[in-house]
Design a protein around this ligand. Structure first.
Ligand code: SAH
Length: 243
């Protein structure tokens, strides 16, 4: 088997907070697959070394069914049960890159992020490798518990999982330096906007007339939120309440 080397310069070692080093000789096949995934992300335009390092460290195959694990490092969304999907790696990387872009590398260890839609917990683990603190909310109890199981071996002390309706945010933990919504609603829930720090960014897919687009909100002052509509995307629906 040939191992493709990065075309450009290799990723310099970046300290990833919270993640233990992968033991030498263990999980080599998945490490190589993950490195190829990161090469592809780089080729697709992801530039942030912190984000690329986090994508390189989180074992995506451990967040999905064993039957699908061989596809874990393809750039595809995969089913995670309860009618939900894990977002494709390029979407996770692009959204997190947009989210952290204004935060200088030396301030990221103090930055706090709120994720709505934990799903299987994969994106939450990547966020925990980029941000100082992560709070992730899931409304489906079965998924909330599955995420807990997937994340336990990674021992991420800076990640808190919450069962509940993420449209309400996490008022007691606010304000957040970044907010990321992993499911498409028809508007951005107001509590998420008021729980944004000044300054901060929020990313959410919004659906209108059957089409979804990624929305970027920048809170630039106490009473100022600036909206930019980005590319079209495909996410599962943002739903009310819990189940
Ligand atoms: N980030 C996830 C993607 C999961 S898909 C991952 O890495 O796997 C989106 C998730 O959002 C689903 O699990 C869905 O149940 C959840 N969701 C939808 N509406 C929600 C809400 N109001 N509050 C919290 N989670 C919600």
């Amino acid at each position: 088997m040939s191992i493709r080397r990065p075309a450009s310069k290799p990723t310099p070692p970046v300290a990833v907070p919270g993640l233990p080093p992968v033991p030498a000789g263990l999980g080599l096949a998945s490490e190589r697959a993950r490195q190829r995934m990161v090469d592809a992300l780089r080729a697709a335009g992801i530039r942030d070394e912190g984000v690329l390092a986090a994508m390189n460290r989180v074992p995506r195959h451990q967040f999905i069914d064993a039957g699908l694990a061989s596809r874990a490092y393809e750039d595809v969304a995969l089913p995670i049960g309860h009618g939900q999907t894990i977002s494709k790696p390029s979407t996770v990387a692009r959204m997190i890159e947009l989210l952290v872009a204004p935060i200088p590398a030396e301030r990221r260890a103090q930055a706090r992020v709120l994720e709505v839609g934990t799903g299987c917990g994969y994106q939450a683990a990547v966020l925990a490798a980029v941000f100082g603190e992560v709070i992730s909310i899931e409304r489906v109890r079965g998924l909330h518990e599955a995420a807990r199981t997937h994340l336990r071996p990674m021992r991420l002390p800076n990640l808190r999982l919450v069962f509940g309706d993420g449209r309400l945010g996490a008022p007691t933990a606010a304000p957040f330096d970044a907010v990321i919504v992993a499911a498409a609603g028809d508007e951005i829930p107001e509590p998420l906007l008021t729980q944004m720090a000044v300054p901060s960014r929020l990313l959410a897919p919004i659906e209108a007339s059957g089409r979804q687009a990624l929305h970027l909100v920048e809170r630039t002052a106490r009473e100022t939120w600036q909206l930019t509509v980005l590319d079209s995307v495909r996410f599962v629906p943002l739903r009310a309440g819990t189940s």
